[in-house]
Each structure stands twice: as structure tokens, then as C-alpha cells.
Design a protein around this ligand. Structure first.
Ligand code: ATP
Length: 362
């Protein structure tokens, strides 16, 4: 396994002369540490597969370099990069047994027979495939075939990294839960660098130690699930992660105060005077805005509807033109006129200028 450095890496399918805004991957410089469990998360078309294919060598970058353990591998073929890949759909040999399928990547590299047998048993055991080892793959379900694909991706211990491109798409929802947790356990046990592409936040947050969020060809934040939740570096991260997503509302900010429609929300930090001409917004997760009985000193808002998510209830409220999702405390009953007060937790109200987080002064 290897540490992977991306150095000013960018790609345009329309060639190097294309307009910078049209690049499928805008320039990115970042490090993926050896042995890390990463998820590459973002909506369809944001550039996840492009980045994965640049790392594997399927696509050659328009600009920049990729280093494995400090060595420039940008010109090398996929095979020479020593990468294992698991795709959306099973890639296995139907005519071989499950055991032969798992052994194939090792035999192909001339690994001694005793080592092959031991590793195949270990991987089969970890993926609950031991029972099927002598069965022909052709007779198995789509789920089982994809498990074999996962096993083939994980069987070699000498790979620079294992890349997964939406590997659980074809898996039945119940088994998906199990496999997600299993992949996390496999990562701990096998100590491999893993990069897992998905558009599903639950999959990303369950699997990864570090989640890399992409939006419109850019890496907008790389952090632990807690960092992405507590302090989104970009409004897109706030909106994309969490259910419901973060409230992002235009505001006028100066010093320790944000004004929305003439109402004041106290801020934990001092923002001084923000750049003129920038689009200023505040972001606060619904978990940190509570509904309360109307009272002086509280922002007053009108409830439009209440969503019961089982684990919690969230109200959709309106202050002037601004819409918020806010937590409804257990036992709270909505007044007949639907008017309530809002209690913000100032430590969790963030300020954004042109969609980027502004760090205030303590
Ligand atoms: P999805 O989850 O839908 O696969 P993604 O986040 O993986 O999306 P990419 O497949 O990397 O995104 O696509 C990023 C952009 O590059 C998109 O605008 C897409 O249309 C474009 N693109 C991808 N592959 C090619 C290609 N071979 N030729 C031209 N444009 C491409």
C-alpha cells in the first residue's frame, strides 16, 4: 500500500486548452495517507469517477502529477501502478469456482501456492464465502457475485491501493448494511489504502475515516465525518451532508451579529467587516435551532409544516423570506396560530462568503 499525492492534478475530456470552468476535475493538490479509508462523495457528474480513473491510470490527466510513495507514476499504465479495483457490477469468471476466482489475482502474480491458499481462506472467511469456495460462480446470486468481486479486489496484500467505484449498487438493501460495516472491519484487518466512490452519504460516513466531498469538479472539503457535520468548509457540504441538510440563509454580518430580515442572531466569533461584494450567508444545522414558545428576545417564526423522521421531529419555519428547518423538542405542542420562537446555538452558527467558510476571531 502507498501514500498517494495528487499534485496540481486536473483533467478535461475536451483537451488541455478547454476553458478552466469546463474541466471535469479542477486543479487539486492533496495527500491520501497510507492505510487510510477514504470515501469520495458527491452527486452524479461531480467528477468522482474521473478522479478515481486518474488514480488508477484508466484516464491520463490533462495536467499535474500523481505520486505513489513519492515516486511519479503519472505515465505508468494501470497494471504497472499495482492497483486493485472493484466496479459497480461483478467482474468475475463464471466458469471458475469461487475459490479459483479469489485465487486468480494472486496466481497471476506468481504468488506461491501455500500463500495463495492461506490468503483465499482468510478473504473467504472475512466475506462469509467459505461455504461456497468449491462452487461454480455462475450459479450464485448477483449479491454473492459482487462479494466475490470485493474479495478479488482485497485478496492481494501488496497493492498500492484498492479503489471501489459504487460497489454496493447491485446489492440488496439488507445485505448492503451488512457489507458496509464488513468493509470497514476488512479495512482494519487488512491494513490497505482504500478509496471508495459513492453518491450516498450514509455509505461514505459508515465506511470512511476521511470523506472527500466533491462538487462541480472540485474537492470542496476533506475531513472526518464529524468535521463535515460540525464545520462544513463549503455551503455545498452543509447542504449535501445531513438529513435535513444545513440551513443556509442570506444574512448581513458584522462583528458578533448576523441580521436576517431585520432580526439579530448572536454569533460565537467576531467577523469584523466582511469583504464588500461577497455573497454572505449564515449556515446552521437544524439540530442546533430549537423551536420554543414565543418570547421576547427570540426570533419569531411561522411554522409551515412538521416532518416526523422517527428519531426526531423537524419543523419547516419561515422568518420573512428566509426558510429554516428547526428541531421540535420532545413534548412541544404547536400553538394554534403556528407562531413560535427560535433558539439558535451560537457556537454552531457559521458564516460563509461566496459559499466558503469564514473563520471568525475568538
Ligand atoms: P456519476 O456518479 O454519475 O458517475 P461522477 O461524479 O463519477 O458521476 P464523472 O463520471 O467523473 O462524475 O463525470 C464528471 C464530468 O465529466 C461529467 O460532466 C461527465 O459528463 C464528464 N465525463 C465523464 N466521462 C467522460 C468522457 N469519457 N468523455 C467526456 N466527458 C466525460
Amino acid at each position: 500500500m502507498a501514500r498517494i499525492d495528487l499534485v496540481d492534478l486536473a483533467h478535461s475530456y475536451g483537451g488541455n486548452d478547454a476553458a478552466p470552468e469546463s474541466f471535469a476535475l479542477k486543479p487539486v493538490t492533496m495527500t491520501w495517507r497510507q492505510g487510510g479509508a477514504y470515501a469520495l462523495l458527491g452527486p452524479s457528474g461531480c467528477g468522482k469517477t474521473t478522479l478515481l480513473n486518474l488514480i488508477s491510470g484508466i484516464v491520463t490527466p490533462s495536467r499535474g502529477k500523481i505520486l505513489f510513495d513519492g515516486a511519479d507514476i503519472t505515465p505508468l499504465s494501470t497494471q504497472k501502478r499495482n492497483i486493485a479495483q472493484v466496479f459497480q457490477f461483478p467482474v468475475i469468471y463464471d466458469t471458475m469456482t469461487v475459490g479459483q476466482n479469489l485465487a486468480f489475482p494472486l496466481q497471476n502474480r506468481g504468488v506461491p501456492k501455500s500463500e495463495v491458499e492461506a490468503r483465499v481462506r482468510q478473504i473467504a472467511d472475512l466475506l462469509d464465502l467459505t461455504f461456497y469456495l468449491d462452487r461454480k460462480a455462475t450459479r450464485l446470486t448477483a449479491d454473492a457475485k459482487q462479494k466475490i468481486s470485493l474479495g478479488r479486489g482485497l485478496v492481494r496484500s501488496d497493492v498500492a491501493a484498492v479503489l471501489f467505484d459504487e460497489p454496493l449498487t447491485v446489492i440488496d438493501p439488507e445485505l448492503k448494511w451488512q457489507l458496509r460495516s464488513k468493509l470497514k472491519a476488512l479495512h482494519r484487518e487488512l491494513d490497505l489504502t482504500m478509496i471508495y466512490v459513492t453518491h450516498d452519504q450514509t455509505e461514505a460516513l459508515t465506511f470512511a475515516d476521511t470523506v472527500v466531498v466533491m462538487h462541480d469538479g472540485r474537492v470542496v472539503q476533506s475531513g472526518t465525518p464529524a468535521e463535515l457535520f460540525d464545520k462544513p468548509a463549503h455551503t455545498f457540504v452543509g447542504y449535501f451532508i445531513g438529513s435535513p441538510g444545513m440551513n443556509i440563509v442570506p444574512a448581513v454580518v458584522s462583528g458578533h451579529e448576523a441580521r436576517i430580515d431585520g432580526h439579530i442572531i448572536g454569533l460565537h466569533r467576531n467577523y469584523g467587516v466582511l469583504p464588500a461584494g461577497a455573497k454572505i450567508e449564515i449556515g446552521v444545522r437544524p439540530e442546533f435551532v430549537n423551536i420554543a414558545a414565543p418570547a421576547s428576545g427570540l426570533l419569531s417564526a411561522a411554522i409551515e409544516r412538521i416532518d416526523d423522521l422517527g428519531r426526531a421531529r423537524f419543523a419547516r419555519v419561515r422568518i420573512g423570506d428566509a426558510k429554516f428547518a428547526a428541531r421540535v423538542p420532545p413534548g412541544f405542542s404547536v400553538p394554534d396560530d403556528n407562531m413560535v420562537g427560535l433558539v439558535f446555538d451560537p457556537a454552531h452558527v457559521h458564516v460563509y462568503a461566496d459559499s466558503r467558510l469564514v473563520e471568525g476571531v475568538a
